[in-house]
Design a protein around this ligand. Structure first.
Ligand SMILES: *[C@@H]1O[C@H](CO)[C@@H](O)[C@H](O)[C@H]1NC(C)=O
Ligand SMILES: *[C@@H]1O[C@H](CO)[C@@H](O)[C@H](O)[C@H]1NC(C)=O
Ligand SMILES: *[C@@H]1O[C@H](CO)[C@@H](O)[C@H](O)[C@H]1NC(C)=O
Ligand SMILES: *[C@@H]1O[C@H](CO)[C@@H](O)[C@H](O)[C@H]1NC(C)=O
Ligand SMILES: *[C@@H]1O[C@H](CO)[C@@H](O)[C@H](O)[C@H]1NC(C)=O
Length: 245
């Protein structure tokens, strides 16, 4: 090799070496998506005012947003329309204590993200976020046929329609009936509920196993490859310098 061409080659490699990190740095980091606004998602269509009010007064909306932030499981919310609430026997909501209202809302939430097609594979009953006094989670059952999925409690069955949102970490599906939990509305009257342990949020706080971001595996993988690549370039450059001297 003529000295000049070696020189050209080595400076080319040096140039590559200098450029490479910059090019890599521009790879977009898949950061966390912006803050979720549950009531905002529902608000758009204007037919969930009762649910929004319930989510707000019970502070479940905030709880959802926190939990979505802190878990890698995501969540699923069944959103009864205003019509669904209007079709309840009058006074139904007002007959509930504050804590029972929380249970009713949490009974519409699954602590995991489900695509519509996932419901064909679940094993019933699927536990909701709501728990009774005994610590037992309220369950929902799913029946799937062709592309149609029904959801039921022991008291109510309805179709799942129209995902308002179907994107990790939160799925929101419209339902045309309020999913009345048997635990609250079943014929067996809840045994004259004593104000047991004033359990405001009994057991509903998940212990957060600080979920490592899914991106991290990719990142380390990618950077590993980058480093290997740089190593080769640097090696070649050194080799060329060796030839030069
Ligand atoms: C969420 O959306 C609701 C309704 O659109 C809005 O009133 C509220 O300010 C929003 N909250 C945040 C934190 O953006
Ligand atoms: C969730 O995280 C986002 C940023 O990742 C933050 O803006 C938002 O306030 C958090 N929400 C809650 C309820 O902690
Ligand atoms: C869902 O419920 C409707 C009635 O509301 C019924 O006609 C249909 O067969 C049900 N579908 C499944 C998959 O159970
Ligand atoms: C690293 O990337 C390779 C393909 O480039 C892939 O097969 C492997 O699963 C990845 N490992 C991790 C930990 O992401
Ligand atoms: C990279 O991450 C995405 C989601 O964060 C995942 O779907 C994909 O399988 C990952 N790829 C590798 C090679 O780990």
């Amino acid at each position: 090799m003529a000295p000049t061409s070696v020189l050209t080659l080595s400076s080319l490699l040096l140039l590559l070496l200098l450029l490479a990190p910059q090019t890599q740095a521009q790879a977009p980091a898949p950061g966390p998506s912006g803050p979720l606004n549950v009531t905002g998602i529902l608000d758009k269509s204007g037919q969930y005012t009762v649910l929004i009010k319930l989510l707000t007064t019970t502070q479940v909306a905030t709880q959802i947003e926190n939990q979505v932030n802190n878990s890698d499981q995501g969540m699923t919310l069944f959103a009864p329309t205003d019509n669904a609430f209007n079709n309840l026997k009058s006074g139904t909501l007002n007959s509930l204590s504050a804590q029972q209202q929380v249970q009713l809302v949490l009974g519409h939430i699954l602590p995991k993200y489900y695509k519509l097609s996932d419901f064909a594979l679940v094993s019933n009953p699927v536990r909701t976020q709501a728990t009774g006094k005994d610590g037992q989670a309220f369950g929902l059952n799913f029946m799937s046929q062709n592309n149609q999925v029904n959801v039921s409690t022991e008291l109510v069955e309805t179709q799942i329609n129209n995902p308002l949102r179907q994107e990790m970490p939160l799925a929101v599906y419209q339902v045309d009936k309020v999913l009345l939990p048997n635990e609250l509305f079943g014929t067996k009257p809840p045994s004259a509920s004593p104000p047991a342990k004033t359990s405001s949020e009994e057991g509903s706080k998940p212990t957060v196993t600080d979920a490592k971001e899914p991106a991290s595996a990719n990142d380390s993988n990618a950077s590993g490859r980058i480093n290997a690549g740089l190593g080769i370039v640097a090696g070649l450059a050194l080799l060329c310098m060796g030839v030069l001297s």
